[in-house]
Design a protein around this ligand. Structure first.
Ligand SMILES: Nc1ncnc2c1ncn2[C@@H]1O[C@H](COP(=O)(O)OP(=O)(O)OP(=O)(O)O)[C@@H](O)[C@H]1O
Ligand SMILES: [Mg+2]
Length: 333
């Protein structure tokens, strides 16, 4: 009989990722659906949805299927998942069985949220679904031996959430989550521009600014950057030149919320486990971890080494697809 294709999936607020076991290729699509104005059915998903929404003028409105790792809009989530499964080449045909999905789930997800994820996967075409806690998946994808008896700590910073977890012997000992991620840095910047310069900017301009000149406090990027937007009073296009040092200040409040999740985990540990982490340090993953200077800013405050995963963005999805090997060889997840 034919085997089921095995697919690792990371349901991101910003990016949905899938990786079919045994294949190198990573499927990566914006977590987005586009609805034609006045309609109710999503007309496009992923990259195509983003293109339609960013057209000027656009008659499409965005729908966000996933927020903070859980289902925010079931209908669009199911259709986006079906679209992604199809892209992995695992949709059901005459000669194949429905795929088996290993899906990353936040340690902060409630039972209701977990059931919603499982249900969405089944409706979208999966034949078997199992959940893997995202920090364990990220550890596996980063090449960290989470099954060791000694403790490891992972801090994952996504677009809509952050998660700090300490694990040992293949299990999460404790974790803390916050609904704060890279998008909150962008929102803080948009608010600042509106309140201080009367300049309204799009979410993509706020994110682009972060990617060009953003950094954590103390990193000191030097090049200034021109921000284009719309004058809140006249409604006319206007631009403002800003210095990167201002971004460090604007990002400080949301970054402190993220840091707080890590500190809470660290402070809740028994002394011998803290001692293990003192030498080993913390591994950062998720797209938000790529902010220049973040690892050293966190390390200075937490007073332990902090380093970036070798594959911060795709660690969790890679780990989810690798988790099939563990369960097949009888190891626990
Ligand atoms: N070089 C970079 N510097 C700073 N931030 C970055 C960089 N690259 C990506 N990001 C940010 O990372 C975030 C997306 O990360 P990621 O893809 O891990 O999130 P996600 O998995 O979709 O969301 P979540 O896990 O919160 O549900 C975005 O806010 C993006 O702006
Ligand atoms: Mg994520």
């Amino acid at each position: 009989m034919f085997n089921r294709p095995q697919i690792g999936i990371d349901l991101g607020t910003v990016t949905m990722m899938a990786c079919r076991k045994g294949r190198e290729e990573l499927i990566l699509e914006p977590s987005l659906a586009a609805i034609l104005e006045g309609g109710t059915e999503p007309a496009a998903f992923g990259q195509e949805a983003l293109r339609l929404i960013q057209q000027k003028p656009s008659s499409f409105t965005p729908v966000q299927p996933i927020k903070g790792g859980t289902i925010a809009d079931e209908k669009s989530a199911v259709e986006l998942l079906a679209y992604i499964l199809n892209k992995t080449g695992s949709s059901r045909s005459l000669f194949s069985r429905k795929p088996e999905a290993a899906v990353c789930i936040s340690t902060g997800a409630t039972d209701v949220e977990k059931r919603a994820v499982v249900k969405a996967l089944y409706i979208s075409g999966a034949g078997r679904v199992r959940l893997i806690e995202e920090p364990l998946a990220a550890a596996l994808g980063s090449g960290i031996a989470a099954e060791e008896a000694e403790a490891h700590m992972i801090v994952s910073i996504g677009g809509g959430k952050s998660e700090a977890a300490v694990m040992a012997a293949g299990r999460i000992i404790l974790s803390h989550t916050a609904r704060t991620g890279g998008r909150d840095l962008d929102e803080a910047f948009s608010r600042f521009m509106s309140e201080n310069y009367n300049l309204l900017i799009s979410p993509s301009t706020a994110e682009e600014t972060k990617l060009k000149i953003g950094s954590a406090p103390g990193f000191h990027q030097s090049e200034s950057y021109v921000i284009r937007g719309i004058d809140a009073v006249s409604g006319l296009p206007r631009s403002v030149e800003i210095q990167p040092s201002i971004l460090e200040k604007i990002y400080e409040a949301p970054l402190k919320k993220i840091l707080h999740t890590a500190l809470r985990s660290l402070q809740s540990l028994p002394p011998e486990t803290s001692g293990e982490l003192l030498d080993r340090g913390v591994v950062l993953c998720g797209g938000g971890a790529l902010l220049p200077g973040l690892a050293s800013w966190m390390s200075d405050i937490m007073q332990i080494p902090v380093q970036l995963s070798p594959c911060p963005v795709e660690a969790a999805v890679k780990g989810a697809s690798l988790s099939f090997n563990l369960s097949e060889s009888g190891e626990s997840l």
